[in-house]
Design a protein around this ligand. Structure first.
Ligand code: AKG
Length: 295
């Protein structure tokens, strides 16, 4: 696994330049300064959310849940008061708890004015933002987003490590069938078990508070909270009809995966792992690999 690809880091980029250089070419980029001159830059902190929305009951994921490996992040493991959760991550020590895809504006529509969708990402989805919270060293398993939209993720609070891989590496990353995630360990790749990982190239990026990262449609991402913190994501619909259809297709197949998990549990998970491994072994024996790794 080679993580030496370098993403551009830009500031003050116009919408025209962003569209031409990054959105059209589906190239990741780190953008600095998008929160400047917004209320979020002055006000947003764990304490502020505690004060504004501390009583809201939030869905929390528990990274220890062994069942989590069987399916996409579609259902949380427990509910707690937002203030209770924020107290845990404010300690800035390891916690297995995290919040994923929290619909911020649904609970407090006023917050929309405090960090509105940046101009360069405006579109039909720009009224909805999602939030992600985690404590120090919390990790988010490698996956790509089911809906295949483009994502602009802005970091607040502590630093976050983001590892990215292009969609072309889907098979070599051992994507599990009927879903959009993989069980490989990005921090400690097992090349004996997963030989395809030798051919994978990606980006290893550290986001500082105030940085935003553009993750194009279908890009695989693996996150590590280096400090307790949170992010906000805005989405922009996929730029090609083919990719939009892929998003729709993903939504249609995941219920089958869920059904099979219900019916066959671990057996289905084992079958999925075997299918993913077979796909890679086939690829490693074929000339196709050359096309994928040269992409
Ligand atoms: O930053 C996080 O906690 C996860 C972000 C993520 O997975 C996403 O935006 O899809």
């Amino acid at each position: 696994m080679d993580l030496s690809l370098k993403a551009d880091v830009v500031r003050n980029i116009s919408t025209e330049e962003f569209n031409r250089k990054y959105l059209k070419t589906q190239t990741p980029v780190v953008i600095k300064g998008l929160t400047e001159n917004t209320i979020s830059a002055q006000k947003w902190s764990l304490d502020y959310f505690k004060e504004k929305m501390g009583n809201v009951k939030v869905d929390v994921f528990d990274n220890r849940n062994p069942k989590g490996s069987a399916s996409a992040f579609t259902s949380a493991d427990l509910k707690m008061n937002f203030s209770e959760f924020l107290n845990i991550i404010a300690k800035n020590e390891y916690t297995h708890f995290r919040i994923f895809l929290f619909n911020l504006f649904k609970f407090n529509p006023g917050l929309r004015e405090e960090y509105p969708c940046p101009e360069l990402f405006k579109g039909i989805l720009d009224k909805t933002a999602h939030m992600f919270f985690g404590g120090k060293d919390t990790k988010v398993r490698i996956h790509y987003d089911v809906d295949m939209s483009n994502v602009l993720l802005t970091q607040f609070g502590g630093k976050k490590r983001v590892v990215l891989f292009a969609p072309e590496y889907r098979d070599l990353l051992y994507c599990l069938p009927l879903n959009t995630y993989s069980l490989i360990n990005v921090d400690n790749p097992d090349y004996e078990k997963y030989p395809g990982l030798r051919y994978v190239k990606g980006y290893d990026i550290i986001l500082e508070p105030g940085d935003s990262i553009f993750m194009p449609s279908g890009y695989w991402h693996y996150m590590t909270y280096l400090e307790g913190g949170f992010s906000v994501s805005y989405r922009k619909i996929a730029t090609t009809f083919k990719t939009q259809l892929e998003g729709l297709f993903n939504f249609m197949i995941i219920p089958f995966d869920k059904l099979l998990i219900k019916m066959a549990g671990d057996k289905w998970l084992e079958t999925k792992k075997q299918i993913a491994e077979k796909r890679v072994n086939r690829l490693l024996n074929e000339k196709q690999l050359r096309t994928v790794i040269n992409a």
